[in-house]
Design a protein around this ligand. Structure first.
Ligand code: GAP
Length: 537
């Protein structure tokens, strides 16, 4: 599937728009249109229902060490600045960037790659932001231009390396930046904190400085004790949260994949340290199955364990659920969700102060005065088990998903093209979104075949009987084939048509978007039929 086709459909049919588009847009920010907002809400609701409200705490789920409880939270976006100092985000949540003095553009150091090439007695590193085959073409094009050669002279370029990341180049004086015309215009890499800074209240100085949260997780950790004290949950249990997060990404790209404002769906699961490995395995598999159950195909979805070098500063084990997004080079996958074994890092940091790695473990980082560099809350965030009489700091397993990335993956997976017969039996090209019925923005469209013979009235009665239960759509304009096509294109799984036979025997036609199968259902059983097809609502 070509990504441009999906991007165009999303704009044309009201799934996604560029934020502030009439002012030229704002890079890294996206608005969801009337259909997009329904899709994203359905994803978040499916997650919340499957992970939280319909979770049965009396049953041991398959693969879990024992039964467990789940509750939810909704915390603020701006939190006490000390939260981010203790979590580590203040000190280590950064990327390295390089600036180009000539083009004035900024790049993420680890996202620029290039190739060494020799020509006319000079050896230069030609850099690009592209990936894969596109990167090879782009570097060749740039090298030809730099050496003033024509395409037919390409064999005068002696390539001396495969594509390398810019992080492997030590001396930038021979680097031709991705948008530069001369060598040596890139600055040395500099640290760049990804948190958005703001000021709270009338204090405009550093006293009032605060941050927009870069993850929802910390709101859960700092409320761990509140939840324990105000509910009857006992370890093992999970706290779930859905909400906006903000990261000032250096290079937002790939449509909504890397945005600066996005939504996360996170669970912090608290368990006894001796069981944390088993719970980690459970959540890894459980989350992977969730995407499969909603229609992401097995071969484009994979579960990948991080190598030790990749692990975050807090993590002693992480797996990513990844999807082969069509905008990535063949064979490459992009992260949809991370499942991290965070040990006791977060609760300990918020109790004792910011931790740093030392001798294979973690210790509180001390400042020059010998006191904690970023002191914790000093509150007791341990857990006391009434039955075993044991006190301990629970370990945490964190399945952390992005709602926008999930929406993008479901859209990419759903996009299909085929041919269907038109009303004369001739093949007609069709674009349709094969979205899972739970996720589809509109569950059914109701049509009168023609605008006469009482058909619109009968169709409107059906529409009204369904509307309190499902998001359904009524349409009587234009040829019925055209109306089917419009619904297929936005992923509506079922169309219900009132036709000539309805007045005779009280039945209507149901049509399935994917198989095009049609069958008749009693007009007064449309709600029951839709419930059977989509799930109870
Ligand atoms: N609490 C852990 C955490 O935040 P993460 O891997 O940085 O981990 C979790 O983020 C998920 O949030 C990612 O798997 C991705 O789905 C989503 N996400 C992260 N950065 C994003 C961005 N810039 N744009 C869209 N989604 C993003």
């Amino acid at each position: 599937m070509e990504m441009e086709k999906l991007v165009s459909l999303c704009k044309r049919r009201g799934f996604l728009y560029q934020s502030s588009e009439i002012y030229g847009g704002l890079n890294g920010f996206w608005d969801y249109g009337p259909l997009g907002v329904e899709l994203k809400r359905n994803i978040k609701e499916a997650w919340w229902r499957d992970m939280v409200t319909s979770h049965d705490e009396l049953v041991v789920p398959s693969g879990a060490p024992c039964a467990y409880e789940m509750v939810g939270l909704d915390c603020t976006i701006i939190m006490h600045p000390q939260v981010w100092k203790c979590s580590g985000h203040y000190d280590v949540f950064h990327d390295f960037m390089v600036d180009c003095r000539q083009s004035k553009r900024r790049y993420r150091h680890d996202q620029v790659q290039g190739r060494w090439v020799s020509c006319q007695g000079r050896r230069i590193f030609v850099a690009t932001e592209a990936d894969g085959e596109e990167a090879l073409q782009d570097t060749q094009h740039k090298a030809l231009k730099f050496f003033n050669l024509r395409a037919k002279d390409a064999d005068r370029l002696a390539w001396e390396s495969d594509l390398l990341c810019l992080t492997e180049v030590k001396d930038f004086s021979a680097v031709l930046g991705p948008d530069a015309k001369e060598l040596g215009t890139l600055t040395e890499p500099r640290e760049y904190n990804l948190m958005f800074k703001t000021y709270v209240g009338a204090l405009s100085g550093e006293e009032g400085a605060a941050f927009l949260r870069p993850e929802t997780a910390q709101g859960i950790f700092v409320n761990f004790k509140n939840v324990l004290d105000s509910t009857r949950v006992a370890v093992p249990f999970g706290i779930a949260q859905i909400g906006k997060s903000f990261r000032n990404e250096i290079t937002p790209r790939y449509f909504t994949f890397r945005s600066r404002e996005f939504e996360q769906m996170e669970i912090e699961f608290f368990c006894h340290p001796s069981q944390s490995r088993a719970w980690y395995e459970y959540w890894r598999n459980r989350r992977y199955q969730w995407y499969l159950s909603l229609g992401l195909a097995g071969e484009r979805l994979r579960l990948r364990d991080h190598t030790p070098e990749e692990l975050s500063h807090y993590s002693c084990g992480t797996a990513d659920i990844e999807y082969a997004f069509p905008f990535l080079p063949p064979g490459k996958f992009g992260e949809l969700e991370g499942i991290a074994h965070r040990g006791d890092f977060d609760l300990r940091s918020h109790m004792e102060g910011k931790l740093v790695r030392q001798d294979g473990g973690y210790v509180v980082e001390l400042g020059p005065d010998g006191k904690p560099r970023h002191p914790g809350s000093g509150k007791d965030l341990t857990y006391f088990d009434d039955q075993t009489r044991e006190r301990y700091i629970p370990h945490v397993i964190e399945p952390s998903a992005g709602a926008d990335r999930a929406a993008l993956a479901f859209l990419c997976e759903a996009y299909q093209e085929d041919q269907v017969p038109d009303e004369h039996g001739n093949p007609r090209d069709r674009v349709f979104l094969r979205l899972h019925p739970r996720l589809a923005p509109i569950k059914a469209a109701v049509f009168p075949l023609v605008r006469k013979d009482g058909m619109p009235e009968a169709a409107q009665r059906i529409y009204r009987s369904l509307k309190p239960h499902f998001n359904v759509f009524y349409d009587e304009k234009g040829a019925v084939g055209r109306r089917y096509a419009r619904q297929d294109e936005v992923g509506t799984p079922y169309c219900i048509t009132v036709d000539g036979q309805t007045a005779l025997d009280g039945t209507v036609t149901f049509r399935d978007r994917d198989t095009l199968r049609q069958w008749r259902v009693r007009a007064d059983d449309c709600l029951g039929e839709l419930r059977r097809l989509v799930g109870v609502s």
